[in-house]
Design a binder for this molecule. Structure first.
Ligand SMILES: [Zn+2]
Length: 387
């Protein structure tokens, strides 16, 4: 159960600074106020790192996400703090704050958090990594999601939990996506059910392995990270190591959508299996694949996401294509143009979309697909130098 000691006293939960320069790992816990397992987890990881301070290079620092909501034990008060991180919105917030404009509770939380993270980036003595810790209302296995860049694949790839690509890109304004644009290498983890003591263990293990992946311990392994690896490897069960979102099953209240019972957060489904029932009929799995984040409670526009396993060969293929910078040629294809204001964005004429298999774009990291008027826009995250 949630306990009082899960409450941080202030924005900074703690930090360990090595004498030698090295990478910075920033950990965010409780950006959703009812997800406090991350606080206990990062405190334990910081205690381990304090004992191992002689091995620490650079810095690890942890911040509370939505302090006010954490004190109340609610997800948020005015608005979801994991949907407010677009570059435009952050610029608007900072302009309003500078002009002495009106700010609500979560505006204040966000400003304080940005300030803390920016200060950590400014004093960094090496590359900056950021991990955002979450838990879920439903029971289910822990998993990792991240924007599909090569640096982020490498950072998250050492953690033996299922890695989900293409999910972060389905939402607007995720914290990790924003800090990727600020030069950080990031991932987000769902550690298990909110009040399950096992979720604290899972997230603690993730923080230790993230520190190791970032290079906080230099070369060589710690016994603590060996145990963390073994724990998460067991947790993964028979789920594939890497999977990707292929499509989103969008719903409206009129659909009277009812998910079939029994699906976990990530669950395999066989071709033809009944997934859900709607007023218009039954929804069946189009082929063998994976159901992600099925909607069982409350409201939402996402019935579920449909995904599939990504094998090692496909991972390598997309890596090779990106190293060859094949994406630089995409705008030469008929019907495809690069957005002049935003080089990471492609605009595909609607009539041209059927010429190209979506796979091509996925392989190159374009996972954010939006229909706008007569065209399709495709965006991807890109590795950036800090600054
Ligand atoms: Zn969350």
């Amino acid at each position: 159960m949630s306990e009082v000691h899960d409450l941080p006293e202030g924005r900074e939960i703690g930090r360990v600074v090595g004498d030698a320069p090295g990478p910075t790992l920033i950990v965010i816990a409780g950006i959703h106020g009812n997800e406090r397992a991350g606080v206990g987890a990062v405190r334990r990881a910081l205690a381990t790192l304090t004992r191992r301070q002689g091995r620490v290079m650079g810095e690890i620092v942890a911040f509370a996400g939505n302090l006010g909501a954490m004190r109340l034990g609610v997800r948020y008060r005015e608005r979801d703090m994991n949907r407010v991180w677009t570059e435009a919105r952050v610029a608007d917030l900072e302009a309003r704050a500078a002009a002495g404009g009106e700010l609500d509770v979560e505006d204040h939380e966000q400003l304080e958090l940005i300030g803390a993270v920016r200060a950590a980036i400014a004093r960094a003595r090496g590359p900056v990594y950021l991990v955002d810790l979450h838990t879920t209302s439903a029971h289910g296995l822990p998993f990792i999601l991240f924007g599909d860049t090569l640096k982020q694949r490498k950072f998250a790839g050492v953690i033996p939990l299922p890695l989900v690509m293409g999910l972060e890109e389905q939402v607007d304004g995720a914290l990790t996506a924003f800090f990727t644009t600020q030069g950080c290498v990031t991932f987000c983890v769902e550690g298990g059910q909110h009040d399950d003591a096992g979720s604290v263990d899972n997230l603690e293990a993730v923080v230790l392995l993230a520190a190791e992946s970032a290079g906080v311990f230099g070369s060589g392994l710690l016994t603590e990270t060996g145990a963390a690896y073994a724990l998460l490897e067991r947790r993964r069960g028979d789920l594939p190591r890497v999977m990707e979102v292929v499509s989103r099953h969008a719903i409206t209240p009129d659909d009277a959508f009812v998910m079939e019972p029994g699906f976990a957060n990530l669950a395999r489904a066989r071709a033809g299996q009944l997934l859900a029932t709607k007023r218009a009929g039954k929804v069946r799995a189009p082929k063998d694949g994976i159901v992600l984040l099925p909607l069982y409670q409350g409201q939402g526009n996402d019935g579920f996401f449909w995904g599939r396993e990504v094998g090692a060969a496909r991972m390598r293929l997309s890596e090779v294509l990106r190293h060859m910078k094949v994406d630089r040629l995409l705008h030469l294809l008929p019907g495809i143009a690069r957005d002049p204001a935003q080089p990471s964005k492609l605009v595909v004429d609607e009539r041209a979309t059927r010429l190209y298999h979506r796979d091509l774009f996925h392989l190159l990291g374009y996972r954010r697909v939006r229909s706008e008027a007569e065209r399709l826009t495709l965006e991807r995250q890109i590795d950036r130098a800090p600054g």
